[in-house]
Design a protein around this ligand. Sequence first.
Ligand code: TXA
Ligand code: MG
Length: 337
Amino acid sequence: METVLLSDSSADITKAAELIKNGHIVGIPTETVYGLGADATDENAVRGIFAAKGRPADNPLIVHLADFSDAVNYTAEIPELAYRLAERFCPGPLTIVLPKNDRIPMVTSGGLDTVGIRVPSHPVMHRLIAESGKPIAAPSANISGYPSPTSAEHVMRDMNGRIAAVVDGGESKFGVESTVISIENEDTVRILRPGCVTDEMLSEICGSVIIDHAILNELEAGEKAASPGMKYKHYSPKANIIMVEGSADAFTKYVSEHDGESSYSLIFDGDEKNFPYRYMTYGKDSLQQAHMLFAKLRELDDIGAEKVYVRAPSKDGVGLAVYNRLIRAAGFEVIRV
Ligand code: TXA
Ligand code: MG
């Protein structure tokens, strides 16, 4: 199959919407990362998404809608708290897990009786949903396990020959995937995956926000995952990622005492002044680090880096999302210096 690269012109968006309407898979831009979109109600199309990514069948897909009010068509029940959250955060980088109804096939929900609903803010996504008239199921558009794509070029690299088209909607604004939450009770949510809607932001709407244990810790043997995605290795480039947590000086000392000469390091902007080894930087604050992390991990693979020391980011605010992706790429090991 030849994968066509489309622009974000009206004519091209119409072409992409037609493809989705007709059961094809299209690489689509969102404000978080690029997705692999198809009609969420078409079992064959959804099977094609799993096949294109090499994704385990029990890992559910998020369903993207133009407006949260459409969620009544695909869910069995919407708690009042979900409406309050949607009012504040939709459209935007938040996915709310709700009980699904029969219009969402089991293939889409990975066999669960819930569905993650997200209202993206990217204008191209809005037009694709409106013009196709379909709810769009979309996981991140990477090969399963690899860092998520934040540009159309990344999607082309992973998916060329596997899907019908990719729409180039520019670089993803946030760079990490949406915050995924479930509703625990009338005033409590649980964060299943951290993102750019932070626990502090959620606390403005809910009485209590639980950060699931598996966000920073490996699941124990036999422990049940609150979200299937927690079970799988994620965000891993080919390079061996080693997370080192500490000040810039302590980081440099650690690398110099290990294989500084033969490795690469991924450090903060500003750390490079006294850093004598090969490096890339990934921004100076959490928002920048979220925006750049996946692109940098891909770039390190492109230059053939085999071993990469990464200076661990802050865990505060959006930093928790960056830390969560990195700790998974590093196999949950953190060296504290
Ligand atoms: O920002 C995003 O969320 C991007 C863009 C394309 O929208 N999508 C994305 O999808 O990251 P994906 O499939 O790569 O990650 C979705 C995560 C997975 O870890 C999955 O296990 C979890 O959300 N998830 C989806 N539906 C769920 C459900 N019903 N219950 C629990 N976890 C769910
Ligand atoms: Mg993903």
